[in-house]
Design a protein around this ligand. Structure first.
Ligand code: GLV
Ligand code: GLV
Length: 330
């Protein structure tokens, strides 16, 4: 087979690019901003494989514009940016990077949990605004984690790592999940609650760890927010659209819940006109839960290995649709 041609949609770790360059002709999008849909189609047109990010939409339009593409390796654990059935229909294999980012993402969810509970960001802003005029015992009071209940929505790999960390902080941990995990319950002392509304009612903190699908879009809406305690804090490191952001704004403004810490938004990048940004009881970060030096390198290397394996007809490390290979015509 001739040397495959691949397009990488953003500058990634040099280790990963070196792996790719050893076996393929590699084109890299050099800019900080992602290629537009048109630019992506143009670049993909002559490619055999793509290494994509969560900001790239992989849909029928792109796949049709890239008739030679056989593998698309997404550098993320989430894949709501990809229409997997459309890829499968066309015999295109889709790779993802689970596992390598699990602990890093859980650490970040925990960082947000602690920051929101203890008002770390507000404290910093308070000081910088010149408001630290004295010390007084009622200043910037937060909430304890110890003794509080954390409700985890979605006990996948990342949810479980958050649960483990919460137990070390002496929190009670309850969870709801599509499948019950009796072994993990036993081992880590977790409580399973079948109904989301019951979980929300019982929790002082709620952390979201579900993938974005048609079933989980706006899983947390007005009704669910009203099930939560008025003192509760919501943490979202999953996907923005798992929460109805408008409803969340209303709930935070009206005191339906006490606070929120979000690493993801319905529209990313979040526009500065977003009403949530006017509220003091919200922390927002720019989708950086997996952004550690080591993890981003691991993700890039895994995505490169996935791409090369798929292109050379070997078993990919993580493939969402291995059945696509069977129906392959190219
Ligand atoms: C990040 O959000 C990912 O899905 O890897
Ligand atoms: C997410 O749940 C993962 O697989 O790491």
């Amino acid at each position: 087979m001739s040397t495959p041609h691949v397009f990488v949609t953003r500058m990634i770790a040099p280790e990963a690019l070196a792996l790719l360059r050893a076996q393929a002709d590699v084109d890299v999008w050099p800019h900080e901003s992602p290629p537009s849909a048109n630019e992506l189609r143009e670049r993909a047109h002559t490619c055999d494989g793509l290494l994509t990010m969560l900001t790239d939409r992989v849909d029928a339009g792109l796949l049709d514009a890239a008739p030679r593409v056989r593998v698309i390796s997404n550098m993320a654990v989430g894949y709501d940016n990809i229409q997997v059935p459309e890829a499968t229909k066309r015999g295109v294999l889709i790779g993802t990077t689970p596992g390598v980012l699990t602990k890093t993402s859980a650490e970040f969810a925990f960082a947000l949990l602690l920051a929101a509970a203890r008002r770390v960001v507000e404290g910093d802003q308070f000081l910088r605004a010149g408001k630290w005029q004295t010390w007084h015992p009622g200043m910037l009071l937060g909430r304890d984690l110890a003794g509080a209940t954390l409700g985890i929505v979605g006990l996948g790999a990342i949810g479980l790592e958050v649960a483990k960390r919460a137990r070390v902080f002496e929190m009670h941990v309850a969870y709801t999940s599509r499948t019950r995990k009796p072994e993990e319950e036993q081992r880590y002392g977790l409580t399973w609650i079948h109904d989301l509304s019951d979980l929300l009612q019982a929790s002082d903190f709620v952390s979201l760890h579900v993938a974005l699908t048609e079933q989980t879009r706006h899983l947390i809406g007005l009704k669910q927010l009203h099930h939560m305690k008025r003192t509760a804090i919501l943490v979202n490191t999953a996907r923005g659209s798992v929460v109805d952001q408008k409803a969340l704004y209303g709930a935070l403004r009206e005191g339906v819940i006490a606070g929120a810490a979000l690493d993801v938004a319905e529209q990313e990048p979040m526009p500065l006109s977003e009403p949530l940004l006017t509220l003091p009881n919200v922390i927002v970060t720019p989708h950086i839960a997996s952004a550690s030096v080591a993890t981003r390198t691991r993700m890039a290397v895994m995505a490169a290995q996935n791409l090369l394996a798929g292109l050379s007809g070997q078993t990919m490390l993580h493939c969402l649709n291995p059945q696509a290979f069977v129906g392959r015509k190219k």
